[in-house]
Design a protein around this ligand. Structure first.
Ligand code: GDP
Ligand code: IMO
Ligand code: MG
Length: 425
């Protein structure tokens, strides 16, 4: 199969950006299929750091066509700002970037709703990025969303936006005190102008992708977030509101599932999570702090400190299976250097019973005991290793042990943030 999908297997921030950039070289098109500006994908090239939020990580390779698929929710001012920032850093952004006419648009009322809901004591606090992602996907399903194609048609846009602003103002006033009503006129003026700035990028990317595939072009599907944040399979309700797993690649691009091709799952050698929700193997002690400092575990989008913990094989077995992963890339193994021993969660103990499958019940996860397997650590700096046998024996043993626990080959290991710091087995 010539196409490839890159998917995160944990709670996001696994290093998808680095790996998509590294793999993109052999492809014609990189298509982002879900999420929005909640994502932060970091790529480091020759010491220069790029953080992509809405633009696919393939943009850093000039010859590629990058597509923001219909499954992505697009925040117009943020997308235009991201394009400008990339250009200021010398990255070519023009005809090599296309935006689906079917993608839904994030409006200021989505962000307002996100924040109001987060602060509402009657609802579970999710710890969202505050980027309006959940409310935008909610409106998409509720059939009152506004798509890029709607925004480009003045009359349709005016009618839909007016109805939405009126409805949201009524809703917020009824439910929450002290909310300032949003002005339809101001928003329409601003977003009608933004629509014109976006127009050159807009295309029927569904047709384009299907034609490209028929013409033999190679497509790389880029996922955002991670499968544990997937709306169907993640730690519900502490999830993001899209299908971050490979299931999202088909409906988020308009390519049939059989075109997805090979699937590479990305996982860190440990776990992190941003925001609220269960994290069975979390380390809330000095060791967790050490991982955070050593791994630079601070959000690429919000700057929040990421919660850190041991690798969780129960969780990754679940996500790797539901994503149909063929091969795994393990990142940030270098961050574990210097620890006396390293651990992996191999089972949970819930109500006295040992559980090896990831439970649907978030409450059960919250209070569960962990069965760990311990492995001897290594002290060497491994960031210069480029071959598997250049790794210390204990690091190799850890990789092989995780491979056995997940039952999927770990074919690539990342030992640093640069393009070169990668070991292929
Ligand atoms: P993404 O959202 O999955 O693309 O991941 P992020 O970019 O949010 O977070 C991953 C962070 O780890 C970024 O700062 C990367 O530059 C960095 N990174 C990626 N791979 C490695 C690695 O193997 N070792 C180290 N030390 N850093 C890495
Ligand atoms: P990348 O693509 C890590 C988390 C938020 C919050 C939850 C819901 O960089 O891996 P949302 O704003 O999406 O409604 O927040 O999901 N979250 C992420 N965590 N990496 C991400 O993206 C994330 N995108 C959302 O912290 O817990
Ligand atoms: Mg990230």
């Amino acid at each position: 199969m010539k196409n490839l999908c890159v998917v995160g297997l944990q709670w996001g921030d696994e290093g998808k950006g680095k790996i998509v950039d590294a793999l993109a070289e052999g492809f014609d098109i990189v298509a982002r299929y879900q999420g929005g500006s909640n994502a932060g994908h970091t790529v480091v090239i020759d010491g220069k750091k790029f953080v992509l939020h809405l633009v696919p990580s393939g943009i850093l390779r000039e010859s590629l066509l990058c597509i923001i698929g219909n499954g992505v929710v697009v925040d117009p001012p943020l997308l235009l700002k991201e394009i400008e920032e990339l250009r200021a850093k010398g990255v070519k952004v023009g005809k090599n970037l296309l935006l689906s006419d079917r993608a839904h648009v994030v409006f200021p009322y989505h962000k307002q709703q996100d924040i109001l809901q987060e602060n509402d004591s009657a609802r579970a606090k999710i710890g969202t990025t505050g980027r309006g992602i959940g409310p935008c996907y909610t409106d998409k399903s509720a059939r009152c969303g506004i798509r890029i194609c709607d925004m480009l048609d003045r009359a349709t846009f005016k009618e839909k936006l007016q109805a939405n602003v009126k409805f949201k103002n009524r809703l917020f006033a009824a439910l929450y005190k002290n909310t300032t009503a949003l002005s339809f006129e101001d928003m329409y003026r601003e977003y009608a102008e933004l629509a014109e700035q976006l127009r050159p990028y807009v295309a029927d990317t569904v047709q384009l992708l299907n034609e490209a595939e028929a013409a033999g072009k190679k497509i790389l599907f880029e996922g955002a977030q991670g499968a544990l944040l997937d709306v169907d399979f993640g730690t519900y309700p502490y999830i993001s509101s899209s299908n971050a797993g490979t299931g999202g690649a088909a409906c988020g691009t308009g390519m049939p599932p059989k075109s997805i091709g090979r699937i590479i799952g990305i996982m860190k050698a440990y776990c992190t999570r941003v925001g609220e929700g269960p994290f069975p193997s979390e380390l809330t002690d000095a060791l967790g702090e050490r991982l955070r400092q050593q791994g630079g575990e601070f959000g690429a989008t919000t700057g929040r400190p990421r919660r850190c913990g041991w690798f969780d094989a129960v969780a990754v077995r679940h996500t790797a299976a539901l994503c149909g992963v063929d091969s795994i890339t393990m990142t940030k193994l270098d961050v574990l250097s210097g620890l006396e021993s390293v651990k992996a969660a191999v089972a949970y103990r819930i109500d006295g019973k040992e559980v090896r499958n990831f439970p649907a019940n978030t409450g059960a996860l919250q209070g569960c005991e962990i069965v760990y397997e311990s492995f001897p650590g290594w002290t060497e700096d491994i960031s210069k290793a480029r071959k598997f046998d250049e790794l210390p024996q204990n690091a190799r043993r850890f990789v092989i042990a995780l491979e056995k626990l997940i039952k999927i080959p770990i074919e690539c290991i990342s030992v640093g943030n640069s393009r070169e710091a990668t070991i292929r087995r």
